[in-house]
Design a protein around this ligand. Structure first.
Ligand code: HEC
Length: 121
């Protein structure tokens, strides 16, 4: 093998190894879905009410609670009517709500709140 060809191959091999290392370091930026800790308490007044009022700005706190609690299913939260009413409203489905240091999809926050008894907390 000619010396120049050998250098080229060695260089190509080094590039492949460097590429693999730099790709594997991307793991920390994975987009895997964040698990919602089940012991996280969702507050209606701190988290859900401001979210609802972002679109239903004219609703009072009491009205927002009545509308929400009347449309959540505490037994099977995933089939809550509030979710189906808004299913085609993209801003609702894609919105993330912050609780402590976590960012959780609004729909998951509502489901969790429903399982916790849909309280006016
Ligand atoms: C991204 C905007 C958006 C957010 C956030 C949002 N809604 Fe709505 N909602 C709408 C739109 C648009 C409609 C359909 C038009 C209407 O009735 O105002 C609607 C309709 C509704 C209805 C049926 C109509 C009625 O007045 O009874 C209910 C109930 C409702 N929303 C409750 C809620 C609750 C509770 C929250 C908070 C968890 C919420 N919405 C958050 C946009 C939103």
């Amino acid at each position: 093998m000619k010396r120049k060809a050998w250098i080229t191959r060695a260089f190509a091999a080094a590039l492949v190894v460097a590429g693999a290392i730099s790709l594997s370091s991307c793991e920390q930026y994975s987009w895997a879905k964040q698990e919602v800790p089940q012991d996280l308490t969702v507050s209606f007044s701190e988290t859900l009410q401001p979210f609802c009022q972002g679109c239903h700005g004219a609703w009072t706190v009491d009205r927002t609670y009545d509308k929400l609690s009347a449309n959540v299913d505490t037994v099977t939260p995933a089939s809550s009517r509030v979710l189906s009413i808004h299913s085609s409203i993209t801003a609702f489905g894609s919105q993330m709500l912050q609780i402590d240091t976590l960012l959780i999809p609004a729909t998951d926050v509502i489901k969790l709140w429903a399982t916790q008894g849909a309280e006016k907390n």
